[in-house]
Design a protein around this ligand. Structure first.
Ligand code: ATP
Ligand code: MG
Length: 263
């Protein structure tokens, strides 16, 4: 239900509107920060440029990400408000498939928010959620204020951190701590996309189910086979590919528009 009533399923932007409604609902429930709505808007703009489907090249980063997760000794999935609101079940399933720990990690910590996010994860089957309240007692060096707080059992000692929809500063700091950092970010130009070890340029809603599927598919591969998958991946080249993809898609669109075809 939107503030104007139910969204009609035949609306051309039905799915996108449903996602917006979900995020707005979770602003009310205290899970999503207002700034999270701005972040979603920025993501949506890039999703338009990608054609709102998982681009072919994104599958390569998903494979490398899955392989790196299976190689990790202490993998942690960092959960913020937007991701918890958009795909709670997938976060729990990814943690189970990859043997990873879930940790609430917020840009804007406020009383009750961490608890609300942990509750959503528990409602979707999580048994252990780190990073709530006093448990987030370790600090990421070089970051200011509440943003630096992490769990000593989670992100602090992790060798692999999944940070979908993350901010550039924190991504940079985690990479500097020597961790493998995997992200999902629709914007291939963001600092997070550029600083992460592996960037999946896709909507988190589409990317997470694919990532879980590939983790399950690769879980019986040998260490050498997994290492080969990670080794052949190059994030800078990958981001270049994503920019070319957008560029070529826009060139095709421009040609169509010049012919008067706007659909
Ligand atoms: P950076 O700090 O990395 O330069 P930013 O300041 O542009 O990024 P932030 O608000 O810090 O943006 O991070 C949110 C990021 O998440 C944005 O780059 C946005 O494109 C991306 N994003 C938002 N919604 C989604 C989504 N549903 N799926 C994937 N990415 C998304
Ligand atoms: Mg930022």
């Amino acid at each position: 239900m939107s503030e104007w009533g139910p969204i009609p399923p035949e609306h051309p932007r039905y799915r996108s509107l449903l996602v917006r409604e979900k995020l707005i609902h979770h602003v009310g429930s205290g899970v999503v920060a207002l700034a999270g709505l701005v972040a979603q808007g920025r993501g949506e703009a890039f999703d338009y440029l990608l054609g709102e489907e998982t681009p072919d090249f994104a599958h390569d980063s998903i494979r490398a990400a899955a392989a790196s997760l299976l190689l990790a000794r202490h993998p942690v999935i960092s959960v913020n408000g937007n991701v918890a609101a958009l795909c709670p079940k997938e976060l729990v399933d990814l943690a189970a498939a990859g043997g990873a720990v879930l940790e609430v990690n917020l840009f804007y910590r406020s009383p009750g928010r961490e608890e609300s996010i942990a509750r959503i994860l528990r409602d979707h089957g999580a048994t252990r959620v780190l990073g709530v309240g006093e448990e987030a007692s370790a600090t990421i060096p070089e970051l200011l204020s509440e943003r630096r707080r992490v769990s000593p059992e989670g992100i602090f000692k992790a060798d692999w951190v999944f940070v979908p929809l993350e901010d550039g500063d924190r991504t940079e700091a985690l990479v500097r701590m020597g961790k493998t950092v995997v992200t999902v970010d629709l914007n291939p130009l963001s600092r997070t996309a550029r600083r992460a070890t592996i960037t999946i340029v896709d909507n988190v809603i589409r990317a997470l189910p694919l990532l879980i599927q590939v983790v399950e598919e690769l879980c019986n591969r040998t260490t050498e086979a997994l290492q080969a998958l990670v080794k052949e991946y190059n994030n800078a080249r990958h981001l270049a590919r994503s920019l070319r993809y957008i560029q070529e898609r826009l060139d095709r669109k421009a040609a169509q528009f010049e012919e008067g075809q706007l659909d």
